[in-house]
Ligand binder design. Structure first.
Ligand code: NAI
Length: 422
């Protein structure tokens, strides 16, 4: 059994790596079966047997709960840590039992601090905007902090009362800002310097490696100064100190503008861009939602806090009609541990009916192949999928909106993609 290894932040991938997978619940097993078949075909075609993946199923979700009583066994977490790269289908969120979400638990336990969501349009997919081809961006969403930290106190509980009493005694002015203190849910929004820095660092490194031109920090710092605003400031600080020779920031532009005028600041910016420096700017969240609709080409790499990133990912994916096929990955850039995943849920209503679209998990697998350096196989998958969609061979979710589409079941769609690799 050959294992992927990480030394000094670098991945070492053997020719026959073992990769753990979780098929998932609901439509998970169907979309996984399709994905595995397509990936294996692409790897075979790209490397003629010289490279191959040994798949290893690991337990999580409903199936695991039925077999062992555990939704997310410790062994699964240990295996992912040991094998470094894993892939998963959607998992049912258990109701009750103290587990909020298996995905959140996986991200937190393995400290997968980047949620990566590339968003691009596929020719042939119906989109609600006029020029969906202008969207080709990647979102770096912080994955471990913010209101998602899970620190919440329900109204009327003793814990909530302790917090309220504390505020009343220590910070009476702030306490007075709570409009209805007798019945109020409370949540905590931790945003740290380290958490912001590692996320922004990952986004800038990605931009450099992939020849992207802009990194946009999206935040709501005009209102939440010491969390969202701090994210922005720490992001700029990091860009200007760690990447000083490779970036030019809007904050630097503003300083020059103040001291020497706008024309001079613009000259500096032009010169920086001529030298292929990355433009680091920031946009307030609500403006970002507006601008990505009006000026989508201005966005390239987005780095954002957890909640903003969550909203933005789905909203922009919807803009290109790709909400059901958008891929995702959760990565720790230090340990390199990464889980690639379908971004949709278990779709229980269509499970087992050969209807589901496997593209989200497939594109996640394509990201995974790029991550392990098997770019030839990744490219084969991407071009075969593009070709299949362009030929209007579509699963029901996409076919519904495309005139004269040929409706495909999951299996038939999979076969078309494999055939389109020839
Ligand atoms: P969902 O994504 O499962 O379904 C929303 C709608 O999209 C449904 O109409 C569904 O039929 C359709 N859909 C989703 N994926 C599709 C695909 N591949 N092909 C064709 N149609 C597709 O979201 P919902 O109903 O809110 O959640 C169902 C379960 O999934 C819940 O237990 C939820 O917690 C879980 N979930 C898990 C996620 C994960 O593991 N990453 C993400 C989101 C939800």
């Amino acid at each position: 059994m050959q294992k992927i290894k990480c030394e000094n932040n670098q991945l070492f991938v053997p020719d026959q790596p073992t990769i753990p997978f979780i098929p998932g619940d609901g439509i998970g097993p169907e979309v996984w079966e399709a994905t595995q078949a397509i990936v294996d075909a692409a790897v075979q075609k790209a490397y003629h047997g010289q490279k191959a993946i040994t798949w290893m199923e690991i337990a999580a979700g409903e199936k695991s709960a039925q077999n062992s009583g555990e939704w997310l066994p410790q062994a699964t977490l240990d295996t992912i840590r040991e094998y470094i790269v894993a892939i998963k289908g959607p998992l049912t969120t258990p109701v009750g039992g103290g587990i909020r979400s298996l995905n959140v638990t996986l991200r937190k336990t393995l400290d997968l601090f980047v949620c990566l969501r590339p968003i691009r349009w596929f020719e042939g997919v119906a989109a609600p905007v006029r020029e969906p081809q202008l969207i080709d961006l990647i979102i770096f969403r912080e994955n471990t902090e913010d209101l998602y930290a899970g620190i919440e106190y329900a109204a009327g509980t003793p814990e909530n009362q302790i917090m309220l009493d504390f505020f009343k005694e220590k910070f009476p002015k702030d306490f007075a800002k709570i409009r209805f203190p007798e019945n109020v849910g409370l949540g905590v929004k931790p945003i740290s310097k380290q958490g912001s820095e590692r996320l922004v660092r990952a986004a800038i490194n990605y931009a450099i490696k992939n020849h992207r031109k802009t990194v946009t920090l999206v935040h709501k710092g005009n209102i939440m100064k010491f969390t969202e605003g701090a994210f922005r400031n720490w992001g700029y600080d990091l860009a200007e100190s760690e990447f000083s020779s490779m970036v030019f920031t809007k904050r630097q532009w503003e300083t020059i503008k103040k001291e020497e005028g706008e024309a001079v600041a613009d000259e500096y910016k032009k010169e920086a861009l001529r030298n292929n420096k990355i433009w680091i700017n920031d946009v307030i969240t609500d403006a970002a939602f507006q601008q990505v609709l009006l000026y989508p080409a201005d966005f390239d790499v987005i780095a954002s806090t957890n909640l903003n990133g969550d909203y933005l990912s789905d909203a922009i994916a919807a803009q290109v009609g790709g909400i059901g096929i958008a891929p995702g990955a959760n990565i720790n850039m230090d340990t390199q541990v990464a889980i690639f995943e379908a971004t949709h849920g278990t779709a229980p209503a269509i499970a087992g009916k050969d209807i589901a679209n496997p593209s989200s998990l497939l594109l996640s697998a394509e990201m995974m192949l790029i991550y392990i350096g098997w770019t030839e196989a990744a490219e084969m998958i991407l071009s075969a999928l593009k070709k299949t969609i362009k030929q209007k061979f579509l699963t029901a979710d996409l076919a519904l909106y495309v005139p004269n589409a040929e409706l495909m079941g999951t299996k038939a769609f999979t076969e078309k993609i494999i055939k389109n690799m020839d």
